[in-house]
Write a protein that binds this ligand. Structure first.
Ligand SMILES: [Zn+2]
Length: 287
């Protein structure tokens, strides 16, 4: 059964570790992440962007697939199904379809409008027992056509949004979606510390987890980050293993063309990546 991300993130914040959000694209992604979470006895959040939602034939299809897999694979660790960078309309659709968690990304609106829309969603998700993530300060890079520049959030604006009663808060601290450029300035721990001080017990979310060095991840967790989003890293692991398989000519040997064989190396590579992240975030054994 899907659960809200609230309890797992409050426990992570109190226990000084972070829960990974791993974005899904299809059945292989979902199965790899769920099985690894179970093997690691770790809570997990499955992230779905609006683009991935369309690709997977809509939110109802995803809810059906994830619920079916949880049952058939005997997954007993807490699993939240979460809309990533949702619009207001997207969040409403996911709530109707049976997601257990949504993000409303109002960071591109003026703060007053972000507050008004977030307030409405706080009320609705609260009534339904779902978790809600809000964002202040756009996150750099490109995600499904949403382009940001990696700005740092205003800690006072973070407090205003946190005080509305959201479950978790994403604050820009110089992080970027996708691969980090060579001249990246690193995370702004000064901003993170200021946001953390203003928002108290609120679990903070670090987007763009791919390629942030391990020591920076650990420091971010020590300063109040309780949820870390990983997307590109699974894609790169899948791509690299699949490329190797084809370049080695294995798809041409015997039944190597069978999709269950062709996709297997990428699947295993994703599992290894998810496990590595859960170990780094400290969520192993915390289910
Ligand atoms: Zn993000």
């Amino acid at each position: 059964m899907l659960v809200s991300a609230k309890e797992m993130l409050n426990k992570a914040k109190a226990g000084h570790y972070a829960v990974g959000q791993f974005n899904i694209n299809n059945l292989e992604w979902t199965k790899a992440i769920l099985l690894t979470a179970q093997e690691c006895n770790s809570p997990v959040i499955l992230g779905v962007s609006e683009g991935a939602g369309k690709y997977m034939c809509g939110y109802k299809t995803i809810v059906g697939m994830v619920n079916g897999m949880i049952e058939e694979l005997g997954i007993t660790v807490p699993v939240a199904l979460h809309l990533d960078h949702g619009s207001y309309e997207g969040a409403m659709k996911c709530i109707k379809a049976g997601f257990s968690s949504v993000m409303f990304d109002g960071s591109h609106y003026p703060i007053e409008e972000n507050i008004a829309k977030t307030t409405e969603l706080v009320k609705l998700t609260g009534e339904l027992g779902l978790s809600l993530e809000a964002e202040v300060g756009a996150i750099g890079g490109e995600e499904d056509g949403v382009v940001g520049t990696g700005e740092c959030a205003d800690p006072n604006e973070c407090k205003m949004i946190a005080d509305l009663g959201v479950t978790m808060l994403a604050a820009g601290i110089g992080n970027i979606h996708g691969k980090y450029p060579a001249n990246w300035a690193g995370l702004s721990f000064e901003t993170l510390a200021a946001v953390s001080e203003k928002t108290g017990d609120m679990p903070l979310v670090l987007h763009g987890g791919t390629g942030i060095p391990a020591d920076m991840i650990k420091k971010a967790i020590s300063l109040g980050v309780s949820k870390i989003n990983v997307n590109t890293e699974c894609q790169l692991a899948f791509q690299e293993a699949t490329r190797k398989y084809i370049e080695a000519g294995k798809d041409l040997e015997g039944k190597g063309f069978d999709p269950r064989k062709l996709l297997a190396p990428g699947f295993e590579a994703m599992k290894a990546t998810v496990k590595e992240k859960m170990e780094l975030f400290g969520s192993v054994g915390m289910a």
